[in-house]
Design a binder for this molecule. Structure first.
Ligand code: GUN
Length: 281
């Protein structure tokens, strides 16, 4: 039976550590994250509320701009430029997806790379690819921190990433390469995904399809990281991997309480790093 990769525990440990660092600032300027939320997508509202709550708990200053779905591109870009100029703002996050009439590429390009706590700006993506220190997208960073916390060294491991999204699959694959793993990326056009998974020492599932990965795709003793989050017909939260994979894996993330809680912890960590960069010297 797999040992659980407990994201809830690790996330709260990291959040406590950040809270302690904030307490030591005593009267000095506090880290500030500004979140921009456009429109009324219920899932996005839930995520943003959780981010706001976590910031406040850590002692950060948190501000959320909740904007109508009919805002123009120019209005959105001018808000971002204003936040770039504001020296009290350390991190800027525009919750994705944004309504279709808005240009998400222009939005990402407009955010100051030094405040891009999502790690979405091409400069930060390029730095990640060059294995330079930079802001790394929160969910992929959370995956790596979980593996590290359980002393899982991916050096030389045969790893498979399922999914090639800009949010998860691609940055996870890059982080694994940077950590000296051998990496295969599978996606919707890949053939024989089941066979590729069976050879893997580590599977990171970020396909967005409930229970896509079956128990017999997992090699005995392999590590399984499930980034998926879905609701089944009874309202239960499930992942991209069937929970029976626990019976063959050596380590596996549960869903919920696996990768999910790590995302917010990494957002706080990136915002803290941005704050340190803005206040040093
Ligand atoms: N939508 C879903 N996940 C994320 C995230 O990590 N950052 C942003 N900006 N939007 C998201």
């Amino acid at each position: 039976m797999a040992e659980i990769l407990d994201g809830k525990w690790l996330s709260s440990t990291i959040r406590e550590e950040i809270k302690e660092k904030v307490k030591k600032l005593k009267g000095k300027r506090l880290p500030k994250l500004v979140v921009v939320l456009v429109g009324d997508d219920p899932a996005s509202h839930t995520y943003v509320n959780a981010k706001e709550k976590a910031c406040k708990e850590a002692g950060f200053v948190s501000q959320v701009h909740r904007l109508n779905a009919d805002i123009t591109n120019d209005e959105l870009l001018s808000l971002i430029k204003q936040l770039n100029e504001d020296v009290s703002v350390d991190g800027i996050l525009v919750q994705m997806p944004i309504p279709k009439h808005l240009d998400s590429k222009a939005v990402i390009l407009t955010i100051d790379p030094g405040k891009d706590v999502d790690g979405f700006h091409p400069i930060n993506v390029g730095k990640l690819h060059s294995n330079e220190k930079t802001f790394v997208p929160c969910t992929p960073l959370g995956v790596m921190k979980l593996l590290e916390a359980y002393n899982i060294d991916v050096t030389g491991m045969n790893t498979v990433v399922l999914g090639r999204s800009h949010l998860v699959g691609r940055p996870v694959a890059q982080l694994l390469v940077n950590a000296n793993a051998t990496v295969t990326i599978c996606h919707s056009r890949s053939k024989h995904i089941d066979e590729i998974c069976r050879r893997a020492d580590l599977v990171v599932a970020a396909v967005g399809v409930p229970h896509f990965v079956k128990k017999d795709w997992i090699k005995k003793g392999a590590v399984v990281v499930d980034v998926g989050i879905h609701r089944d017909t009874e309202g239960k939260i499930i992942g991209d991997v069937v929970s029976e994979a626990m019976e063959v894996a050596s380590y596996m993330t549960p869903v919920p309480k696996g990768v999910g809680p790590m995302t917010i912890a990494m957002l706080l960590s990136n915002t803290w790093d941005a704050f340190e960069q803005h206040t040093k010297g």
